[in-house]
Structures are given as structure tokens and as C-alpha cells.
Ligand binder design. Structure first.
Ligand SMILES: Cc1ncc(COP(=O)(O)O)c(C=O)c1O
Length: 347
């Protein structure tokens, strides 16, 4: 059984599972089919989010290795970096975060939380991947090397927690979602999520494939960040299956990701459709998304449904991965960009 095979790998539980799988009744009525949200947005410390599931495995390894310093990196508003710092403090480690950018004049959103946590933030304005010139693997290799020079001995967590070990967190989630879907009588549902480094998708895809689930994952790329992105995700999903002891190979063509369609100008630059989606969901269901990941992914979901590209009556599950701290520095213009402050009746 897959859950038993996962138990081989040490893990420090950092949240209560299963996370809720909630119906969105008013949106479902508007769209004429059942829509659900999987609430991975508030799990874990320091304002929480989906990366908690990956960090449970990384920190178990770091604890076994008895390394006091943890290093990771990401974009200025990286939720992964903030959560890594939060878990580090929760478990008594020293967090170091690398940003390949200038030190901003003021610490806002995720950076503010990092400051409260006393994370050591290293700002290195040389560009560190994330502009589609490098593969994920190359970027991680370069930063790992640099981190050794800057921080000395440490435990390194790749950008976004993108590794087979982190991916195990979403293999567990796949088993959890499948179980919940079965209990709720949800069949052949689309499972829509945002992709930044693609590790969440790789874990879900591996897990759902191995348990022969009829759920259909579909990721919306939110950044056009990496060269040969589907290749990296396919490699990761294949590796995850191998590590679990159930060999299965994925090709880049089998990776269910829509690259670039909903990114707009670039990573962390909200689109009008993203602003619309955030406002619409907040007013219809009281559910708050973020402007970097979930807002763009939800905009993609609405557009795909409108175009009839998600079938006609299959249920839809949206994976809410969190990220709301970036609303404060990046969401100031949403009301002007989106449907507008007087918009109250989302039809
Ligand atoms: C809020 C949020 N959603 C989605 C993602 C994407 O996850 P992944 O990097 O596994 O694709 C991230 C991180 O990158 C995130 O912070």
C-alpha cells in the first residue's frame, strides 16, 4: 500500500490532516457544476501554506543530520522562504534565506514576517535563476554552491522545496484528497493548482498515478520561470515513484501543465484576470486568494471553464496553496485593476 511505503521516510508532522475539502456553493451554482476548495492555505506556522507538507520531510532529515542552520532561497515574496523560516524557529533551527535581488527599502509582506522571525536574509543582486534562462536543477546547484561559501555548514532546501523528498508531502496529499473525494462521491474531478517550481504537481501526479485515482490534476504555471520546466517536473515525478519503490516513468508530454497562458507580464505581476478572480471569490465565498500564485491559477480555472476546456459537468477541486501575506505589498492595486470597488454581484 502506498501510505505504508511513505512511512519509510521520517517526517515531522506540522499540521492537522486531513485539511478540509470544502464546497463552494455559490460559485458552483453560478458555474453550474460542483466546485470545491482544498484548504492547504493555512497549515503550518508563520501564517502557513502548502509548503508545510514538503517541509515536514526536509526538517525530519535536517534533524537527523543534526545541522543547526537551514538555507533556502526564492523570490522576494517567497512563501516557501517565509514558511521555512517559521518551521526553523518552531523546531529550533537557524534560518538563512537567500534572495537574488536588492535589499528592498522596506520589509513588507513575507519579508516582514521573516524579519519578525529573525531570519538571516542575504540579498545578492546578481540574479539567481527564475527568468527562464536556467533549468531548476542548474539554479539549485549554483545556489547550493554559493550557500556553502556564504553560510558555511548547513542543510539546504531547494527553491520552492522542489526535490523528490519534498514531493513526498504531496504524494501524501494525493492519498488524502482521493480518500476525501471518494467520501463525498466526487468522481473524475479536475484538480487545479498553481505551479511555481512544479514540485507540488510532481508529488500529486506521482501519488494519483500510483493509487490509480480518477482525479485529473491540472497545473497553471504562474511565472514562466524555468527553462525546460515540464522536463524537470517529469524527472521529479519519476524520481518520486522510484524512491517510493513503485517504478513509473513520466515524459514531459504527460505533465499536465499550462505554461505561460495565465502568467501575464511575469512572475508576481498580477494580471487583470487575476485581480478579477481574487475579488470574485472573496465576494462570492469569503475566500481570499493571493496575487502571485492562487489568484492566477484561479483566473485560469475560470477561463478554462468558460471556454469549455474542463469538460462540461465534471466536478472541480481547486487546491488553495496559501500565499496571502503577499497581498499586502502586491495587492494594493487589485481593486483598481480588477472588477472595481463597487462590484458586489459577481454574475
Ligand atoms: C502560495 C503558493 N502556491 C503555489 C506554489 C507553487 O508550488 P510549487 O513550487 O510546488 O509549484 C507556491 C510556491 O512556489 C506558493 O507559495
Amino acid at each position: 500500500m502506498l501510505p505504508d511505503k511513505l512511512e519509510r521516510y521520517p517526517r515531522i508532522p506540522l499540521a492537522e490532516y486531513p485539511t478540509p475539502l470544502e464546497p463552494l456553493p455559490r460559485l458552483s451554482e453560478k458555474l453550474g457544476r460542483r466546485v470545491f476548495v482544498k484548504r492547504d492555505d493555512e497549515i503550518g506556522p508563520a501564517m502557513g501554506g502548502s509548503k508545510t507538507r514538503k517541509l515536514e520531510y526536509f526538517f525530519a532529515e535536517a534533524r537527523a543530520l543534526r545541522v543547526p542552520r537551514i538555507v533556502t532561497f526564492g523570490g522576494l515574496q517567497s512563501n516557501h522562504a517565509r514558511l521555512t523560516a517559521g518551521v526553523a524557529r518552531q523546531l529550533g533551527f537557524e534560518p538563512h534565506l537567500l534572495y537574488f535581488d536588492r535589499r528592498p527599502a522596506s520589509m513588507e509582506g513575507n519579508l516582514l514576517v521573516n524579519s519578525l522571525l529573525g531570519a538571516e536574509m542575504h540579498f545578492i543582486p546578481i540574479g539567481g535563476g527564475g527568468n527562464a534562462h536556467m533549468t531548476l536543477e542548474t539554479s539549485n546547484r549554483l545556489v547550493r554552491w554559493l550557500a556553502r561559501l556564504l553560510v558555511g555548514q548547513h542543510y539546504f532546501i531547494p527553491v520552492g522545496g522542489h526535490s523528490w523528498l519534498g514531493g513526498l508531502g504531496y504524494v501524501r496529499a494525493a492519498v488524502e484528497i482521493e480518500r476525501q473525494a471518494r467520501e463525498l462521491g466526487i468522481e473524475n474531478a479536475w484538480l487545479v493548482l498553481a505551479a511555481g517550481t512544479g514540485g507540488t504537481l510532481a508529488g500529486l501526479l506521482a501519488g494519483l498515478t500510483l493509487i490509480k485515482s480518477n482525479l485529473r490534476p491540472l497545473a497553471i504555471d504562474v511565472g514562466r520561470l524555468w527553462k525546460k520546466f515540464p522536463e524537470s517536473i517529469a524527472r521529479m515525478a519519476t524520481r518520486i515513484c522510484f524512491k517510493i519503490g513503485q517504478a513509473h516513468s513520466f515524459t514531459p508530454e504527460q505533465i499536465p501543465i499550462l505554461e505561460g497562458n495565465y502568467v501575464g507580464v511575469g512572475y508576481a505581476l498580477p494580471t487583470r484576470e487575476c485581480a478579477d478572480a481574487i475579488i470574485r471569490l472573496a465576494r462570492l465565498e469569503g475566500l481570499v486568494l493571493d496575487p502571485v500564485y492562487t489568484g492566477k491559477a484561479f483566473a485560469g480555472l475560470l477561463d478554462l471553464m468558460e471556454k469549455g476546456e474542463l469538460g462540461s459537468d465534471e466536478p472541480v477541486i481547486f487546491l488553495h496553496t496559501g500565499g496571502t501575506p503577499s497581498l499586502f505589498p502586491l495587492g494594493q492595486n487589485l481593486l483598481e485593476t480588477g472588477l472595481g470597488p463597487t462590484f458586489t454581484n459577481p454574475a
